[in-house]
Design a protein. Structure first.
Ligand code: ADP
Length: 353
């Protein structure tokens, strides 16, 4: 991790108010190797208190790597090669995540920010009871808490995620996948963090259970007020649960928009392709066309727009000039030359792109 170390706590930007809970600026992550993989490229995001920020993209576009960077959980060969990630506490003070080390970082991870992975439900220890595993969080982070208080809190947490507290005595194999994932969510919420990063938290579950768990997350978020970074390849799902969403392609954000506006007015051809990739929510089944082709190999140097080889609207500058994430007046940021004033096409194509 090469984010600037040793940065002191400082007050947040006055202009931002206390509404912001996290800000990532120009974050880049590389996996070292004979040909390094530039998995995350200059990504910037802001997370507001209580909001759900969705991050969507096909497999291999850098979503998980970004999630690990945001929680400072990158392990070699991954390393952050640039950028700053700041966390804003309730009292308005700012912490540069890169400045945290050892104990401070460990505490930070559960107390302020926690993470739920797709495979987390399988990471529960098979030979230890659920209750004991939940209690471990308190044993580690609340050493002063006595046994009965720990147990009471674990029972409360299980109940909060819709599981009978008597299940504290169960072993992971005695619970369904959905229940195990609820246990993991309960653990992530144990210390009341302000941010929960969820990486495909429901993907391994069947559709009905997935729906129940999403409703549960939404209910808990409304009740407890934490913010969520929700990562998935499923844009339909994100449109439902996100306040804002970022579309990621080849390590970059290519569109960063209010979720309710994207369905009808997506600007990036990749986003529009993703929107065509699932059946209409109103029940009218459409052809699952997806986006033909596949994303580029992130070990290669990318020239021009990385989406150009797959883009239905490709034109000359796309092959040579890398698009920047720009917000046209009155709109949201999009990295596409169709919307860049320097390339007049956007002004002449009349199809609302
Ligand atoms: P996503 O979550 O969108 O599927 P990832 O963040 O997992 O994407 O991967 C982004 C890129 O980083 C991919 O090209 C992937 O091959 C590469 N990558 C992921 N993990 C490793 C690793 N441990 N070592 C080397 N490359 C990796």
């Amino acid at each position: 991790m090469t984010a600037p170390m040793g940065t002191e706590r400082r007050p947040p930007d006055a202009a931002l108010g206390n509404d912001l809970v996290m800000r990532a600026s120009d974050v880049s992550v590389e996996y070292a190797g004979p040909r390094p993989t530039r998995a995350v490229r200059d990504v910037s995001l802001e997370l507001r208190r209580g909001e759900v920020l969705g991050i969507v993209g096909e497999s291999g576009c850098g979503k998980s790597t970004l999630a690990y960077a945001l929680t400072r959980m990158l392990r070699p060969p991954a390393r952050m090669t640039g950028g700053v990630i700041e966390y804003f506490d309730r009292d308005g003070s700012a912490v540069d995540l890169g400045s945290l080390g050892g104990e401070e970082l460990r505490a930070f991870r559960w107390e302020k920010i926690s993470m739920v992975f797709q495979s987390a439900m399988n990471a529960l220890n098979p030979v230890t009871g659920i209750g004991s595993q939940m209690e471990d969080v308190f044993r580690t982070h609340r050493p002063g808490m006595d046994r009965s208080a720990r147990r009471a809190r674990c029972a409360e947490l299980l109940e909060m995620v819709g599981i009978d507290p008597r299940r504290l005595r169960s072993y992971p194999h005695e619970l369904s996948g959905g229940m195990r994932q609820r246990v993991v969510i309960a653990m992530a919420l144990a210390l009341e963090p302000q941010i929960v990063v969820m990486d495909e938290p429901t993907t391994a579950l069947d559709v009905l259970v997935q729906r129940e768990i999403l409703d549960e997350i939404e209910r808990l978020r409304a009740q407890l007020g934490f913010s969520v970074v929700f990562i998935t390849h499923d844009l339909a799902l994100l449109l439902e649960i996100s306040d804002r969403l970022a579309v990621m392609y080849a390590g970059r954000f290519v569109e960063y928009a209010p979720a309710e506006q994207v369905a009808g007015a997506a600007r990036h051809p990749y986003t529009r392709g993703l929107l065509r990739s699932f059946p209409d929510l109103r029940g009218e089944r459409r052809e699952m066309r997806g986006v033909p082709g596949s994303p580029p190999d992130l070990r290669h140097t990318l020239t021009g727009c990385p989406f150009a080889p797959r883009c239905e609207s490709v034109f000359e500058p796309c092959h040579t000039v890398a698009p920047r994430l720009l917000a046209p007046a009155g709109s949201w940021p999009v990295a596409c030359h169709l919307h860049d004033r320097r390339f007049a096409v956007a002004q002449t194509d009349g199809d609302g792109r």
